[in-house]
Structures are given as C-alpha cells and as structure tokens.
Write a protein of this length. Structure first.
Length: 503
C-alpha cells in the first residue's frame, strides 16, 4: 500500500501540486477506463444517499445519550453528488458519474434524511464505491490509493466557516461501500446502493449561561464580578482529506494506508483520526510557527489582544442561553502533542469589576479602602481576594518591602489593566473530543476536532480570575487549569452525555 509522508513542513500549493502528480487534472474521469479491466454489459442502478441528522455515525466520542437536536436544512442538504467506481480486485479507476435529479424523499426511523437519484448504467462488476457531495472538487486518479490520499485545499480556504448555504461537503466512509457487487437484474427495485454520507466539517456552538458570574472567597463573600463579553476560536485548519483517515498509532511514524483498516471507524485502542497535517505536529510545539499558514487564527499570533476581532455572544432569550455557531475542519494530533500550539481552542475575554475591596496607601503609609470608583487607577493589583492601587500597596499587603511587577506569580498575585470599558482578563479553553477523566494524564484523542461531530460549549460558571494577558506558549499541554467551568456536549453532529468539566 502507498505511504503518505508529511514529515516536512507543508506548503499548501506545493502539497496540492504533489498530490495531483498521481491524480491528473487533465483526465476526464467519466470517459476514462483503465486497460485490463473486463466488465460485462451494464446494469441500471440507483443510489440512495442518506445524510445523518440525529443519531450520528459512530466514532470513539460517541456514547449515545439518546438526546438529539435536529440539524438545520443547510447542514444536511445534498445539492449535488458524484460517484467514483474503482475495480475491487485491481484497485484501478473505472468510472465516475455525476448523479442527476437528487430528490429528498423524507427521513427514516433512524433519523437519516433520504435522497433518491436517477438510475444510471454501470458496468457489471465488483467495486469500491466512493461518493462526494456538495463540492465542485473533482478527484481524478488512476489508482485507488492516490484517490484516497486526496487533500482538498481549496474548498474551505477560510478556516473559520460560518456560511454553509451551499451545503457542507460530505463523503462516505471509505470502507463502507467497498467490494460492492453490481449485477444485472430484471427487478427494477434491486440494484439500489445505499450510501451514508458524513460531513467533512465539525460544528462548534458557543454560549454562556449568564451575562456575568460572581466570584466569592472561602467565606462565600463576593470579591469580584466577571463578565464574559467576547470569544475567539483559534487554530482552525484550512484543508482536509476528502475521505476520513484513521490509524492506530503510538508514534509519529506514518502508517501504510489500507482501505479496510484506515478508512472506517476509529479503533478503540490508540485509535486516531488523521488530518493532512497530523505528522507535522511534533511533541515539541515550541518550534512551530505556522509558517505555511495551515492554521487560520493561529494562537501564537495573538500576544496582543487588541489585534483580535472578538466574537460577541448571542443574548440569552427568556433566561435560556443562545448558542452561536461556526464550523471547522478536523484537527487532531498524537496524545503527547495535544498542546496549545496545535489544538483548536477558544480564548474568552472578560471584564473584572472589584467588589468594594480596592485598597491604597494613605499618607501615613497604611492601607485604606477606596470608596470612590472614579479614583480607581489604570492598573490594579490583586492578591488574596483584594485589589490594590499600586505596587507599593501590594507590597504592604504582602508584608514585603518591594515587589517585582514583572513576576507577580511568585506572590500568587496578578495585575489588571484598565481599558475603555473596564479591567480586562482572559481565559483559555481547549476543545475536548474524548475526556479520559484523568486530569494529570493526557488521553488519546482527548483534545481534537473530528468531522461530523458537534461540540457544544457553554461556560456555566467561573471559579477565579483569568489571565492578566494572553498566555501565549505553544508548548503548553492542553490539560491544565483555566478557572472556567464548561458544560461540554460531544456527539456526531448532535449530543453526547452531558459532562461537567473543570479545567
């Protein structure tokens, strides 16, 4: 089997041209039929396409809670579809067919939206059958291995995808329709081939349970109010394998791809979904710079929060959180490489309001309460549930002569700068795919984005003050403390068991 190597930095243009060396753009796939494949007279068949909306196609993240949310029409519609036939014994290309008159006929008991197509003539034989939908991207390859290696680097050139009005690119699992026998029959109801499509995108929903969150000390006394007023999704890939890739891995050695092993469900032990950049995500993320612009909104570029175009939350309606939706390509990495420089995450922006607990040094050198908020300075220092107007006041509270404001962590203190609308702090959240419930041990596929999954993220509470500035360190493991309590639902496009996660 062919080995696909991505062990050197990838440049999208170079990657695309390299792939199409074996998949020529000049070949007309409808006309081409490789020599040496003998087929008897054609058989009239139709394709029954089913797009999933409510139960999902199983992945390692799925533990069905039987809670489902119907997708929107744009999320499950099939506007166009192309079928590719490869001869099963030889793995050579035979024919591709653009399906006509794709008609939605209803939804079955399993929650699949069903589409029927016009019948087409196909030479009798045994085929590996692949289908793509809602895309103008045509894959022209002589060999099945090259076909399955196809990377689409043009359809979703924006990593942050919000407009899906043309439909979402869908494909079948590569192994689902392998070795399909097509034979002539006198019964017109026979030779109906059912193909289940999955979306190449994942859906990310973000909301907050409340407009603001109150922080209290060990005695349940209020010391600050935090208002989340913006968020930003980082590390969004811009190209993808047309067909899902999966492998069992314990290292970054690229496997030999096999249709039956690597293009179906993910294995339970050391099973990974593989994206086109997977083998470039080394364990040492500190040297990664996103030089080839694989990621949009690369996390390492945002040391200055003023350069971020923050997304606003949707206002709660009748007391209920309203989720704002976007879509993303899949983003996965080896467990030890699940770090901030690679993983898809969300930066939350917040405003901090002290609770009448701001102190200053008076003329006598003693700490006194500042009762007039108009006198709050441009910078506040925080320590042990109180705020201080200067480094000198903080030093007095700490019982030391002076403090180094460049390294407040050694005092377990923080600094917050004032902007036009209040004192700012920030929180990071890294999107989980499969929680192993071990806060000190990174799990396989624990932090990832996988196609055809929905990640519904709601901030339900805040347990502490966030970072005084964006903590940009690509080599930081995703597993860590953020002071956010998040309700996370993960399900193929809909819901998994509700999980409370305190990072």
């Amino acid at each position: 089997m062919m080995k696909i190597q991505f062990n050197k930095p990838i440049v999208a243009l170079l990657l695309t041209s390299a792939l199409f060396t074996a998949c020529s753009e000049s070949i007309d796939p409808i006309m081409q039929q490789p020599n040496g494949i003998e087929h008897s007279n054609g058989a009239n068949i139709s394709f029954r396409l089913q797009a999933n909306t409510s139960t999902g196609i199983g992945t390692r993240s799925t533990e069905d809670s039987y809670e489902h949310t119907q997708g929107t029409p744009d999320e499950y519609k099939v506007n166009n579809a192309r079928v590719y036939l490869f001869d099963t014994p030889t793995k050579l290309f035979v024919k591709s067919i653009q399906l006509k008159n794709i008609t939605r006929t209803g939804t079955d008991n399993n929650g699949y939206v069903i589409y029927e197509t016009d019948r087409v003539s196909v030479p009798q034989g045994t085929y590996d059958i692949f289908v793509t939908a809602n895309t103008d991207h045509v894959i022209n390859c002589t060999y099945e291995n090259d076909f399955l290696a196809d990377i689409d680097s043009a359809t979703y050139v924006r990593g942050q995808i919000e407009d899906i009005s043309r439909g979402i690119v869908m494909t079948n699992r590569g192994a689902d329709n392998a070795a399909t026998v097509i034979a002539n029959t006198e019964t017109t109801n026979d030779n109906v081939i059912t193909v289940t499509l999955e979306r190449a995108l994942a859906r990310i929903d973000v909301a907050k349970a409340s407009e603001s969150f109150q922080l209290t000390d060990d005695q349940s006394k209020l010391y600050a109010t935090v208002t989340l007023d913006g968020y930003y999704v980082v590390n969004l890939p811009k190209y993808f394998y047309s067909f899902r890739h999966a492998a069992q891995l314990t290292s970054l050695l690229t496997p030999a791809w096999n249709l039956s092993e690597n293009f179906g469900n993910v294995k339970d032990v050391n099973g990974y979904v593989i994206d086109p950049y997977f083998f470039n995500k080394t364990i040492d993320a500190s040297n990664f710079t996103n030089a080839d612009k694989y990621y949009e909104n690369y996390f390492g570029d945002y040391s200055n929060p003023n350069s971020i175009q923050w997304k606003t939350f949707l206002p709660n309606a009748s007391g209920q959180p309203q989720f704002r939706t976007m879509y993303s390509l899949e983003n996965c990495m080896l467990a030890p490489a699940q770090k901030n420089g690679y993983s898809t995450g969300i930066i939350f922006r917040a405003k901090v309001e002290p609770a009448n607990n701001v102190y200053r040094l008076n003329a006598a050198g003693n700490l006194e309460l500042v009762t007039d908020k108009a006198l709050y300075p441009e910078v506040l220092y925080y320590f042990n549930y109180n705020f201080y107007t200067s480094a000198e006041a903080l030093a007095s509270a700490l019982g030391v002569a002076t403090v180094s404001t460049d390294n407040l962590d050694i005092y377990q203190a923080r600094k917050f700068e004032k902007t036009d609308d209040g004192y700012r702090c920030y929180y990071n959240y890294w999107v989980r795919h499969l929680d192993n419930y071990k806060p000190t041990s990174m799990g396989v596929m624990e932090f990832a984005i996988v196609r055809n999954n929905l990640y519904r993220i709601m901030v339900s509470n805040v347990s502490g003050l966030g970072y005084q500035a964006l903590p940009i360190n690509p080599d930081t493991p995703d597993e860590g403390e953020t002071y956010l309590k998040v309700l996370l639902n993960v399900k193929p496009w809909i819901v998994r068991d509700l999980t409370n996660i305190v990072l």
